[in-house]
Design a protein around this ligand. Structure first.
Ligand SMILES: Cc1cc2nc3c(=O)[nH]c(=O)nc-3n(C[C@H](O)[C@H](O)[C@H](O)COP(=O)(O)OP(=O)(O)OC[C@H]3O[C@@H](n4cnc5c(N)ncnc54)[C@H](O)[C@@H]3O)c2cc1C
Length: 504
């Protein structure tokens, strides 16, 4: 039986977070040097143990099971504190929170919740999510991993790969399709909790991958040939597909938590570098181009702050966010593009020192890069943003982009700022590259709207003004790209006549 904790015995979040941050400083800087182990795989066991002793994952466990109550603000605060020091640490928590604990809190059967939450709280257990298969990544709905009910157990068979925490997690959430008696796979999905401590549920790691970044997190290929009790099946409110959309959208809406500390760190280090490094007798910051570069990182910091603030309003497990595709896609795609941009910019500003393996900027490039790929590649998400908006425009019979966005809930407060760029009729038949330009414009406008809301809550107005100017610049560039008529396509069979040595 799990001991219940009353609200009054829970440490205040400020104290909890302070203790957590102090632990990170102690284990990453005072007792060890994080840059010395950021190049080897896995966190040193004692370092991870000391961090986990702070019970960071309690933020996403309901209070009735002894946790801090799965408050979005606390989850994002924890992710931010982690990613300031280590993006892989933050992603480790992001996986546990959004891809395992939140869905378990919301959809698992009561019979299994107590043990799971207790093991997370008292035995430093971890959990991850298995969706991707070698032949089905972006095309996940066609996954082949199957489940068959036999008696009171489900037999699950398949191959999954690229799961964060491969071979390390104690629990998995396994996405499958039911196999009917005729051998056909159903269109809907079923999710199961699997427990590595149970022999029949153990997943075999066939291979570990040499991921180029995120060294502390193991990835690989998993053979799934297991049996789980029927009570381990998640219970969707309607369909399994809606459950997956709720889960994935909530995760995408919580990406800004991981982006927040990372972008704050890129900004702090960029300001330090550019005020302390003198070139030709002047600090770098005296150069106009450098000011432009640092202000772009700072604007990314402001945008991400606004996204975190918005996420706390909408992404709680009490809300079903299956229908929030637009905001989820805008946040995930834009914040991950900003993370990559910030890391690239800081690396450049650090000069040759930015090219050292232990440089946080260079590590940031490789560590943040896959964020643009996983949980929906950004190209796919920008395309979907376009499709959702163009569908709404058709329904409203309003094809002028500015006119539509000036009345649309998520953009109406900022539309006027960008009118000169977006005052055109949207083509109905567009090549995908143009759809992506428009998807990007929408994501920037939705984000600018969040920034204005953050301003109204009392955020510094100079940061807000600088940020809106930066977004305006970006939208201007995207709008010209959209208007540029090109149909460049690759020449696949390019070899004949394509060698300068033979034609010169
Ligand atoms: C570091 C890392 C962590 C991961 N963590 C997990 C995890 O914890 N659990 C899990 O189940 N999976 C995880 N994945 C897998 C990840 O979700 C998939 O790699 C991703 O969905 C893409 O699938 P794929 O690799 O098969 O690429 P593909 O589907 O083959 O796509 C390849 C590329 O094609 C392009 N593309 C695809 N579709 C479109 C489109 N519609 N429009 C335009 N371009 C498109 C994109 O550039 C895309 O990157 C992780 C991957 C990485 C790299």
């Amino acid at each position: 039986m799990i001991a219940m904790k009353s609200q009054s015995t829970i440490t205040s979040f400020t104290t909890f977070l302070e203790n957590f941050k102090n632990t990170l400083v102690r284990v990453f800087h005072d007792e060890n040097d994080i840059s010395s182990f950021s190049q080897s795989r896995g966190f040193p066991t004692d370092v991870l143990k000391q961090i986990m002793d702070q019970k960071p994952l309690s933020v996403s466990i309901p209070t009735e099971y002894g946790g801090r109550g799965a408050k979005v603000k606390e989850c994002l605060g924890l992710l931010e504190a982690s990613s300031y020091e280590s993006l892989p640490l933050s992603l480790t928590f992001g996986i546990n929170i959004a891809l395992f604990l939140e869905p378990v809190a919301k959809y698992a059967q009561d019979a299994v919740k107590g043990t799971i939450f207790s093991r997370f709280l008292h035995e430093q257990n971890m959990g991850g999510l298995m969706i991707t298969e070698p032949d089905y990544g972006s095309d996940a709905l066609n996954m082949q991993t199957s489940n068959i009910l036999q008696g009171d157990k489900y037999k699950i068979n398949g191959t999954k790969h690229w799961q964060g925490l491969t071979g390390m997690a104690d629990y998995w959430l396994m996405a499958t399709r039911n196999k009917t008696e005729s051998g056909r796979l159903s269109r809907d999905l079923d999710f199961f909790i699997t427990d590595e401590q149970q022999r029949q549920q153990k997943i075999e790691v066939q291979e570990y991958y040499n991921n180029i970044g995120l060294y502390p997190i193991p990835y690989g290929k998993n053979k799934v040939n297991i049996e789980v009790p029927a009570q381990n099946k998640l219970q969707p409110e309607s369909t399994g597909l809606k459950l997956m959309m709720d889960l994935l959208h909530r995760s995408r809406l919580q990406f800004p938590g991981m982006g927040m500390g990372f972008l704050r760190r890129m900004m702090d280090d960029a300001i330090k570098q550019c005020t302390e490094r003198f070139v030709g007798g002047k600090p770098l910051m005296a150069l106009d181009q450098v000011q432009f570069q640092v202000s772009k990182i700072q604007s990314a910091f402001t945008i991400c702050s606004a996204m975190c603030s918005r996420s706390t309003e909408i992404s709680s497990i009490e809300n079903n966010v299956a229908g929030n595709a637009l905001e989820a896609n805008c946040m995930k795609s834009y914040v991950t593009d900003l993370m990559q941009m910030a890391a690239q910019t800081l690396t450049q500003l650090c000069g040759a020192n930015g090219y050292k393996e232990e440089s946080i900027a260079a590590r940031g490039i490789v560590d943040s890069r896959p964020f643009q790929i996983f949980e929906g590649s950004n190209e796919m998400l920008y395309t979907q943003i376009f499709e959702m908006i163009s569908k709404l425009m058709h329904r409203k019979k309003e094809m002028n982009l500015f006119s539509f966005l000036s009345t649309f809930n998520l953009t109406k407060n900022v539309a006027n700022h960008f009118k000169s760029f977006i005052n055109f009729e949207l083509d109905t038949q567009l090549p995908q590259r143009k759809m992506i330009d428009i998807g990007k414009i929408i994501s920037r406008m939705v984000s600018a709207n969040y920034v204005l809301s953050l301003n109204n809550k009392g955020f510094r107005s100079d940061l807000v003004n600088q940020c809106i100017d930066n977004i305006s610049h970006e939208i201007g560039v995207l709008a010209s790209s959209y208007k540029l008529q090109t149909s460049i396509s690759p020449i696949i069979d390019y070899r004949d006549g394509g060698n300068w040595l033979t034609v010169s």
